[in-house]
Design a binder for this molecule. Structure first.
Ligand code: FRU
Length: 468
């Protein structure tokens, strides 16, 4: 047998460890997108390129530390919305400011003059004296970007003036922009000249914090306006509310009654850890495919994940349904691509698995996930109150923030004779979905060792391992 010098062996081991972060980072998600290192928040500028079959994801990124700082756009691509290739940084701060959230469109008709099929990023530049909107274009399918020399294209007139989501509306571009606690709409023929159309927000929904990351989506027969808010979420910190209504090309008219109690606010997710949800531009088959940042501004910079912080949710397809009260709501379902990772059935939960729960509906169902240390998450489907709740008060490490422990609850919205609930477990997250998409609940958890036991009362569980 050959003998290798010790330093070579140690070097090889160190290299191996750096290539397989999951081996050394117990909270590194196994099937969710995470940054290789340092800080990430909002997903930005997501689009699907039918030429290459690639899903592009950009994201708010501080490459210098695992906390928020000078924002860049990081980039990752995927063929299946599960495995992500890290592509590095595409937009870095310049003399106009750091690079905040924004969106990407494919300019098929070259309206901006950057070239046919240019991939154009519209993003906020943030500096001490204000926030403005800028452009950058890519002529290589979103891999590299050149900043437009005429930046900024839309100057802010108030302190919070950010997160442009641009879509095509008939023969022009439409920008949805967060402005303090309102959403403003702007139109442009060429992505460069923007005309103010209208504002929405006063007297509607939750106003416990600043409005951020808006998106207007044509969904079936209605229009949906997603609005993230921080703080002011239903369980503290950040969350995403939404409004359903009509868009007449100028104005958004909400179906809700103005100044309705904020208890009527509709939330995209009834957990603590799904913020700044955006959808992919140009998704195939007119699907509405979304990703959210799986954390909460209350404690995102303190969570014990190590050299990186934050992960995105699994991809979710959005549509509309009508609840028992006759109201439209967003139906949230794991995207079909996500189901592709469902492997064979196993008898115990593992650090990453999918659990399909069926509840008889005759009695309250209680599901407990726990580990050898007695750390546990308890989920209850209460047939009397018609609610589902998740309790993470004893889930594991919560020493990093007094805001972290807690219970989240959602109405079931639709009464059924029996219920199915899907749980997507990864190393530090649980995403729960009503089987028909009536509600979703996303919560982070930091068990000291993985949950390896499950107890179900009033129902049954089938556990699937993850095919990776
Ligand atoms: C939302 C947000 C955006 C902003 C970005 C900065 O999480 O505050 O409004 O553009 O993060 O990183």
């Amino acid at each position: 047998m050959k003998h290798f010098p010790l330093c070579l062996l140690l070097g090889a081991l160190a290299l191996l460890a750096s290539c397989t972060p999951s081996a050394t980072e117990p909270y590194r998600s196994l099937y969710h997108h995470t940054p290789t290192q340092n800080w990430m928040n909002d997903p930005n500028g997501m689009f699907f390129d039918e030429q290459t079959g690639l899903w592009h994801l950009y994201y708010q990124h501080n490459p210098e530390a695992p906390v928020w700082g000078p924002m860049h756009w990081g980039h990752a691509t995927s063929k299946d919305l599960i495995h992500w290739d890290h592509r590095g940084i595409v937009l870095a701060p310049d003399s106009l400011g750091t690079i905040f959230s924004g969106s990407v469109v494919i300019d098929r008709d070259n309206t901006a003059g950057f070239g046919p099929n240019a991939v154009v990023a519209v993003y906020t530049q943030s500096e001490y004296i204000g926030q403005n909107q800028s452009l950058a274009y890519s002529l290589d399918g979103g891999m590299t970007f050149t900043k437009y020399e005429g930046n900024p294209v839309l100057m802010g007139d108030i302190a919070d003036f950010r997160d442009p989501k641009v879509t095509r509306d008939g023969d022009h571009w439409l920008m949805t922009l967060a402005c303090q606690q309102e959403i403003r709409f702007y139109a442009s023929p060429d992505l460069k000249d923007w005309t103010y159309l209208s504002s929405f927000g006063e007297g509607y929904g939750a106003h416990g914090g600043v409005w951020e990351c808006p998106e207007l989506i044509h969904m079936g027969e209605r229009w949906v306006l997603l609005v993230s808010i921080n703080p002011g979420g239903p369980f503290g910190g950040s969350a995403t509310q939404y409004f359903i209504g009509d868009w007449d090309g100028r104005e958004f008219k909400c179906d809700d009654v103005r100044n309705a109690p904020t208890t009527n606010t509709k939330w995209l997710d009834y957990g603590r850890d799904n913020y700044s949800t955006f959808t992919f531009h140009n998704a195939p088959d007119n699907r509405i495919v979304s990703l959210g940042w799986m954390s909460n501004w209350q404690y995102a910079q303190q969570v014990p994940t190590g050299s990186f912080r934050s992960q995105n949710t699994i991809a979710r397809d959005l549509s509309l349904y009508i609840d028992d009260a006759g109201d439209y709501r967003i139906c949230v379902q794991p995207s079909p691509e996500t189901w592709a990772i469902r492997g064979k059935t196993v008898s115990r939960p593992t650090e990453a698995c999918i659990i399909c729960l069926t509840f008889s509906g005759n009695e309250t169902g209680v599901v407990t996930l726990s580990n050898n240390l007695g750390e546990k998450v308890t989920m209850t489907l209460d047939v009397h109150r018609q609610t589902f709740s998740m309790d993470r008060t004893a889930a594991g490490d919560d020493s990093f923030s007094a805001d972290f422990p807690g219970v989240t609850t959602t109405s079931l919205f639709v009464h059924r004779p029996s219920y199915t609930v899907y749980l997507f477990l990864d190393r530090c997250s649980i995403e729960a979905f009503d089987g028909d998409g009536a509600w979703a609940m996303t919560n982070l958890v930091f068990p000291t060792t993985p949950y390896n036991r499950i107890k179900v009362v009033g129902g049954e569980a089938t556990i699937y391992e993850i095919n990776r």
